[in-house]
Structures are given as structure tokens and as C-alpha cells.
Design a protein around this ligand. Structure first.
Ligand SMILES: Cc1ncc(COP(=O)(O)O)c(C=O)c1O
Length: 393
């Protein structure tokens, strides 16, 4: 069985490009060119140079000694929190801005929820001197004010999405509307492995640098390229796709995906898509989606804005449905406790999204000689106020 996209963008039954006619030329232009461009020597050279000198790659693969002792297994952390701008999101925005330039685009649009992808997009637009518009739900603009300020300092225009629940899903709708109206000069930088083909595959390829590095770093440290398990949190699923990418076809490497259970899977306030979702179409892709009996999208909830999405990318829907991936969901409270634990035990304050991945250590037992790589997708600076409120710090 294949766990990568086929030429039409399907992962098993999931994926594809369910788009309005008006969007077809844009997606088709990208589909016809993305692999050719990514394979050009000059593209590879520029991408790798920027990842090294601007983003700060390779990010360390850090053996977490105290954490390993506590859970009696060998735990390595892939330090995406040390990327410029504070999370893995920038790997993808560097790739897509170079893609946009080669396609002759001079205007960039993006959607953002927590603001990490918005900041990563505004950053690369500043770097390249390209006009940038970021759509963000009105509610998220209020609760993620520091990231809104960062985007503005970087020269981006932040446009509020005022419809629906006024969060990520609605910002994505606005961005797609903008793209339909500006098909010639504008490239839409999607921030996760979601959206119509070729986005899920393209974003996964840009994030694949994470597992490419894990392989040689683990070889150096342990004498073998493959861990026993790779663990990552899943919002749309881009950090997870990058961490799994080079291990997908090796069934000896266990893949663990961690979703947000919010206040509990059965609480009505959750974002545990694999547990609650049914097949549906969102933002141009066929995937698992939280929806009502008559197919209306259910409002998701998680304490972490980055996991607060009603679907998952098609790669993850396929990993779930095929049984290749093990899916675990973690409540707000368990994630917050894990974030505090990692801070005190390892001196690293994780993004709340990443804290969800650490929380599985309380419930999922590993053998003493297992090598477990946990993708630390981002740093907790953006979440300090949420940690302060939660723990009365
Ligand atoms: C630090 C961090 N981790 C994870 C995510 C979730 O996104 P994805 O599932 O695409 O990695 C986000 C999204 O904003 C994030 O900021």
C-alpha cells in the first residue's frame, strides 16, 4: 500500500481537488509545475541555502535524558521550536515563496489561526520584498494579538474574517475567495497539508526535511537511521507529515498521531477528527471531517489554536483508515500538564500544540530499548498567556 499521494493527489480514498471552476486554472498551473520546479537544481540550492542560513537548519535531534529516565524509554526531541519564527511552519513558507517567484507571482495571500503560519508567511514576504495579505478570523485576531503585531511589523496586511465562527476555517474561506478574484498575480500559501491537490503533497515535501534530518542524525547518535516510533501532533498535519515522510513505507517504524480532544472526545468541545470525523469535503479536499448528520461542519474546539481545525489532511485520514498510524487524542488539561512537565524536566517550554504530543507518555507505554522521536513542532512563547491563566503563574 502507498502512503504518498498519487498523480491525482489521492491518498487511498482521500485527497483530490474539489474546487470551483474559477479556481481550476490556479490549481492546474501549480499542479503542472510544482514537481518540475522542486527538482530544478537552482531551486534546490536556494531552498537548502535559506533553510541553513535563514531558518537555522539542521535543527538538533536532542536526546532528552531526564524525560527518558522518567518514562523508561529512549526519547529524542526533534527541535523544530528552534527554527526562525519559532515553529516548523517556516520550512513550508520558504519553499512556497520560492515556488511563487518561479511562477511569476507578485502577491501572496495566506490564512492563519494561531498566527504562526501568518508570521512565517509575512516573514518570507519581507525577505523577498513581496506584498502579503493574511486572512485571520476576528476571534483569533483578539486572542493572538502579539502575532498580529508581528505580522504588521513585517509589513503584512492582516484582514479580519468576519463570517461564521470567525476562526481558521472562515479565514481559509476568505483566502480562497481572494484567490478566485486574483488568479493571475497571486499565490496562495496554504499552511498545512490540507486544501486541494497539489497542496497536501507539496507542503509534505517541503516539511519532509524534518525526517530527512532525523535519519542521518539518528544514524550518527544510535548507529541506525530508523527509530521505533515517531510521534507528532496533528492539526492539519504538516509537522506530522514532515516527521513521518521518510518512514511512511517502513512498517517497522511506528507512526503515532496526536489530536486534540479539547474538553473530552464526547464533550461536544473537541478537535479529535479521527475519533469523530466522517468522510466529507473541506477546503477542496476529501478527508475526515467533523460534521453534523446533515453534513454541516461542526465547530472544533481546542485550547491550542493550531489544533483547532475540524478536519485533517488527506494523508492522515489515510494513515488512520488504513491502520498504518496509531491515533491518540489528548485533552486540554493533559496537554497543559505535559507542557509544564517538559518545561521543568528539560528546560524547554513547548508550544501547546507540541505539548499534546508529549502528553501521550502518560498513557502509551514504550519498551526500555525503544527509540521514540517526538517532534517538538514549536516553542511556547506565543502561548505564555494561556499557560499563565491555566496555572495561575
Ligand atoms: C507549533 C505548532 N505545532 C503544530 C501546529 C499544527 O499544524 P500542523 O498540524 O499543520 O503541523 C501549529 C499550527 O499553528 C503550530 O503552530
Amino acid at each position: 500500500m502507498s502512503y504518498n499521494a498519487n498523480s491525482k493527489g489521492y491518498y487511498g480514498e482521500f485527497g483530490g481537488a474539489y474546487i470551483p471552476e474559477m479556481l481550476y486554472p490556479n490549481c492546474e498551473e501549480l499542479r503542472q509545475n510544482y514537481i518540475i520546479i522542486m527538482q530544478e537544481a537552482s531551486f534546490k540550492e536556494e531552498f537548502e541555502q535559506l533553510l541553513k542560513d535563514y531558518v537555522g537548519r539542521p535543527t538538533p535531534l536532542y536526546f532528552a535524558e531526564r524525560l527518558s529516565k522518567k518514562y523508561n524509554t529512549k526519547i529524542y526531541l526533534k527541535r523544530e521550536d528552534l527554527c526562525h519564527t519559532g515553529a516548523h511552519k517556516v520550512n513550508n513558507t520558504i519553499g512556497q515563496i520560492l515556488m511563487a517567484k518561479r511562477l511569476g507571482k507578485n502577491r501572496i495571500i495566506a490564512e492563519t489561526g494561531a498566527g504562526q503560519h501568518g508570521v512565517a508567511t509575512a516573514t518570507v514576504c519581507a525577505l523577498m520584498g513581496i506584498k502579503c495579505v493574511v486572512y485571520m478570523g476576528e476571534i483569533d485576531i483578539e486572542r493572538q494579538a502579539p502575532n498580529v503585531a508581528r505580522m504588521k511589523m513585517l509589513g503584512a496586511e492582516v484582514r479580519p474574517a468576519k463570517s461564521g465562527s470567525r476562526t481558521l476555517k472562515d479565514a481559509t474561506n476568505e483566502a480562497i475567495r481572494d484567490w478566485i478574484n486574483n488568479p493571475v498575480d497571486t499565490h496562495y500559501i496554504i499552511g498545512s497539508v490540507v486544501g486541494p491537490h497539489p497542496y497536501p503533497d507539496m507542503v509534505a515535501r517541503f516539511q519532509a526535511i524534518i525526517s530527512e534530518e532525523i535519519k542521518w542524525q539518528l544514524k550518527e547518535k544510535e548507529g541506525r537511521e530508523n527509530p521505533d516510533y515517531v510521534v507528532a501532533c496533528v492539526g492539519g498535519g504538516s509537522n506530522a507529515a514532515g516527521a513521518y515522510y521518510h518512514f511512511l513505507d517502513n512498517e517497522n517504524v511506528g507512526i503515532i498521531a496526536v489530536e486534540a480532544a479539547g474538553k473530552g472526545i464526547d464533550s461536544g468541545e473537541s478537535a479529535a477528527t479521527s475519533a469523530l470525523g466522517k468522510v466529507g469535503i473541506i477546503h477542496g479536499s476529501k478527508t475526515l471531517l467533523m460534521q453534523t448528520a446533515d453534513g454541516q461542519i461542526t465547530e472544533p474546539y481546542s485550547i491550542s489554536a493550531g489544533l483547532d481545525y475540524p478536519g485533517v489532511g488527506p494523508m492522515h485520514a489515510h494513515l488512520f483508515k488504513s491502520g498504518r498510524g496509531e491515533f491518540i487524542s489528548i485533552t486540554d488539561n493533559a496537554a497543559m500538564e505535559a507542557g509544564l512537565m517538559i518545561s521543568k524536566l528539560e528546560g524547554i517550554i513547548p508550544a501547546i500544540e507540541s505539548s499534546h504530543a508529549f502528553a501521550i507518555l502518560e498513557e502509551r507505554k514504550f519498551n526500555a530499548d525503544d527509540i521514540v522521536v517526538i517532534n517538538l513542532s514549536g516553542r511556547g512563547d506565543k502561548d505564555l498567556n494561556t499557560y499563565i491563566d491555566h496555572f495561575n503563574l
